[in-house]
Design a protein around this ligand. Structure first.
Ligand code: BGC
Length: 233
């Protein structure tokens, strides 16, 4: 094994309710337990970065992958609907890299979750059900970055996120949310004609539907495990 094969990657997943980290080996296998702290409120860049620094202090690593719940281009945050407006245009990759003195790559959280889940065959769509509604699209394993289905109209003049985000789940309850999810899956199937749909995120535990054969629930840890792919893809 040469030196570059032994690099340790700190995978960070910034969510609307929790910030999680885990150290991965070069193949993407966990080298540490998953650690989690609450997302601060207000979730400004300074406060969120403080939490990341606290979590990172406990770990040994050579480079960092970050999943962010918004559009990310070249390490810069373009949208942050469920965090704080101070994130807009914030260069998270450069800031973190300066603070931690290690190389940093940042991508959309659903894109990273997808990178950890897909098989690389055909059209694969990923949706994540948490605070927000995340989405990621892959064609033969190639990512179409920053697909933002969550903020597109779905039904009753509301977006997917308004109908299926955590606020809607809390307000309307699991039964109604499951009926909506069933409609969303059918709608996305008609739109994308995917071969496989992966469903991730903390609220997958609320799913009570008989899912179609093309749909699979993926574990939450995929949002961290996919972080390794930012360095290999
Ligand atoms: C954001 C997406 C993100 C999703 C899940 C949405 O509100 O716009 O970029 O992937 O939440 O965190």
């Amino acid at each position: 094994m040469n030196e570059s094969e032994q690099l340790r990657t700190l995978a960070v997943d910034i969510g609307g309710s929790g910030i999680k980290v885990m150290v991965l080996d070069t193949e993407g296998n966990p080298l540490s337990d998953r650690q989690r702290l609450k997302t601060p409120n207000p979730a400004t860049p300074e406060k969120v970065i403080d939490v990341i620094l606290t979590l990172a202090k406990e770990q040994e690593y050579d480079r960092i992958s970050v999943g962010f719940p918004g559009v990310v281009q070249n390490g810069v945050i373009k949208t942050a609907v469920n965090l704080h407006d101070d994130w807009l245009q914030y260069d998270l990759a450069t800031s973190l890299s300066q603070l931690l003195s290690r190389p940093v790559k940042v991508a959309n959280d659903a894109d990273i979750q997808g990178l950890g889940a897909i098989s690389g065959n055909g059209v694969e769509l990923v949706i994540t059900l948490g605070t927000g509604f995340g989405s990621a699209l892959f064609v033969q394993g190639k990512l179409v970055p920053n697909l933002e289905m969550g903020h597109h109209p779905f039904r009753k003049r509301e977006t997917y996120e308004e109908q299926l985000g955590r606020a809607a789940l809390d307000k309307h309850g699991a039964r109604k949310w499951n009926l909506r999810l069933e409609k969303a899956i059918a709608c996305l199937d008609h739109l994308f004609n995917y071969d496989t749909l992966y469903i991730g995120g903390g609220e997958t535990k609320q799913i009570k539907l008989d899912l179609p054969a093309s749909a699979k629930i993926i574990p939450n840890v995929t949002g961290l495990l996919g972080g390794i792919k930012l360095w290999t893809n």
